[in-house]
Design a protein around this ligand. Structure first.
Ligand code: NAD
Length: 319
């Protein structure tokens, strides 16, 4: 029997549910908890086991994965009344997959370590379509022995897996890469709008950018659902703004004059006022469309992103 066969998963939202599903497909025994019971239904139908509280979840598992929407909620789940830290033992490994605050993961790790519980941070990047296919990238940080213990599991969830060094590094890098992705999104909206106003066919514009120096991962993925009009990236405005604020916190600590992120903070704050917390992050482009009284629709782009590659076995990236 596999060691660490029983896995607890907390937070089954847009990306968490896809990652948890990969565990089921890899024949792990899955124990799930979400504050919103509607989020657990699909996975329960596929064979996951429901847990009504964290005590139950900790008793039945040796690995606990969290994929939660904010550092405050992670803290609540770990150290709140009847939180995880009350029930974990030295046999547990907590794998934090949320995009969170580097200071917080270090603080909570100290708390867990006092009980002998080990911790690894492993935020994911590449979008929900890659979480679904099992080809998402995973940035991991923490002790090498914990990485080695988690690797058989992580290799079932993702493809490119990078150990980034000491705890906190993966959270910092994840926030940095999301900052770049959000800049890309905002600039792509403006770039496509220029093309539209100058009467350039948007399909031609998409491909011109794709084969040129302005290309990016965000263009090849998010631009497609913007042009379709579904905007469906499975990533919401509240999370985009949370990540920009986490980036601001990183820059503030060293007084780095990061002007772009302040502007992004303002743009996404306005976006949330207009469309609400749970609007898709790509709605920020919709806002530009409304201001310009134009839409950016074009035929032949998918409603939903799909990873066309089948699951590739996870590898550790070495350099
Ligand atoms: P989400 O908001 O869709 O889902 C979060 C889930 O956590 C929800 O189901 C919610 O009910 C649950 N939850 C909230 N409070 C809880 C609590 N106290 N106890 C248990 N469950 C609770 O978020 P998501 O898009 O799945 O993202 C999760 C994390 O992964 C975030 O940190 C996000 O930044 C990160 N992330 C998301 C994506 C993406 O494409 N969506 C990609 C990479 C990383």
């Amino acid at each position: 029997m596999k060691k660490d066969k029983n896995i607890g998963f907390i937070g089954l939202g847009n990306v968490g549910s896809k990652i948890a599903n990969r565990l089921l497909l890899s024949n792990y025994k899955l124990f799930i908890y979400d504050i919103d019971k509607a989020k657990t239904k699909k996975l329960l139908n596929k064979g996951a086991n429901n847990c009504n509280n964290f005590k139950d979840l900790c008793l039945k598992t040796s690995i606990i994965i969290t994929c939660l929407p904010s550092p405050n909620i992670v803290a609540e789940v770990i150290e709140g009344n009847n939180g995880i830290s009350k029930y974990t033992t030295k046999s547990h490994l907590w794998i934090e997959m949320s995009t969170t605050d580097e200071h917080e993961i270090i603080r909570l790790t100290k708390k867990m370590n006092r009980k002998g519980t080990e911790v690894l941070e492993a935020p994911v990047t590449g979008g929900q379509h890659r979480a679904e296919s099992g080809n998402i990238s995973i940035l991991v940080a923490g002790k090498r022995k914990n990485f080695n213990r988690a690797f058989p599991i992580l290799s079932k969830l993702g493809y490119q897996i990078l150990h980034c060094g000491k705890l906190g590094n993966a959270s910092t890098l994840k926030v940095v890469t999301n900052y770049l992705a959000s800049i890309n999104l905002l600039s792509l909206g403006e770039a496509l709008m220029v093309c539209k106003k100058y009467n350039i066919d948007l399909k031609t514009a998409y491909h011109a950018i794709r084969i040129s120096s302005g290309n990016s991962f965000v263009h090849e993925t998010e631009s497609q659902v913007i042009l379709n009009g579904s905007y469906d990236v499975g990533f919401t405005m509240d999370l985009a703004l949370k990540d920009i604020r986490l980036f601001d916190k990183l820059t503030d600590k060293f007084k780095i004059p990061a002007e772009i992120s302040k502007l992004m903070n303002k743009i996404f704050t306005e976006g949330i006022k207009k469309y609400g917390d749970r609007a898709l992050s790509t709605s920020i482009v919709r806002s530009l469309e409304e201001k310009c009284n134009e839409n950016l629709r074009s035929r032949g782009f998918p409603k939903k992103l799909k990873d066309t590659e089948s699951k590739k076995k996870g590898i550790e990236i070495k350099f």
